[in-house]
Design a protein around this ligand. Structure first.
Ligand code: AMP
Length: 186
């Protein structure tokens, strides 16, 4: 099972990814969580990315791709994963296909969690998970702008390959999960 979660901040990518990981027994890999962990530990990588992560700006591929490559290759993945927060750009999607298809001869499926912007802002600013990039509406708006600017080519890419599933993310957590697993995930 190779799934990538796509959607704006607050759409529930992390929540659904965790549920899917449990359901399918596949590792949940969140690039945001990995980066925040580096920042909290003040690792060399964390010190480089701290500013970008706190502002909701994209971390450069030159740093991120190596981190993802190592994580995907490590024990426990065995060619299956639920990726959350990656890919965010067309380049990252193409990179992932190239890497994953070479390694395991299969191709990831994208689940697009669709949510109106107002709802995205409302959910992010009202959740309290200690994330510095969630508390201010201005930062969430910045992350939404970044999302809008990059998501369409990504969506087109997966749609063109017949590997995109659109899900209405404005519904409850359980409803969204039911919609995902009732979709054709093969
Ligand atoms: P997230 O938890 O997925 O919202 O990610 C939090 C932050 O980590 C983002 O705002 C970016 O600064 C960084 N980040 C996470 N995933 C990526 C990615 N695929 N490409 C670039 N930056 C990322």
């Amino acid at each position: 099972m190779q799934i990538v979660m796509v959607g704006p901040p607050g759409a529930g990518k992390g929540t659904q990814a965790k549920k899917l990981a449990e359901h399918f027994g596949a590792p949940h890999i969140s690039t945001g969580d990995m980066l925040r962990d580096h920042v909290a530990r003040k690792s060399p990588l964390g010190l480089v990315v701290a500013d970008a992560v706190s502002k909701g700006e994209l971390v450069p591929d030159s740093i991120l791709l190596d981190m993802v490559r190592v994580r995907i290759a490590c024990a426990g993945c065995s060619g299956s994963f639920i990726l959350d927060g990656f890919p965010r750009t067309l380049f990252q999607a193409q990179w992932l296909d190239k890497h994953v298809i070479t390694e395991s001869d299969s191709a990831p499926l994208a689940i697009l969690l669709e949510l109106p912007h107002e709802e995205s802002i409302k959910r992010c600013t009202s959740r309290n998970e200690g994330r510095s990039d969630d508390t201010a509406a201005a930062i969430v708006e910045e992350r939404l702008k970044e999302y809008d600017a990059r998501v369409q080519p990504l969506v087109d890419f997966y749609e063109m390959h017949g590997r995109l599933i659109r899900i209405d993310a404005s519904r409850s957590i359980d409803d969204v999960f039911a919609l995902i697993i009732s979709a054709d995930l093969t």
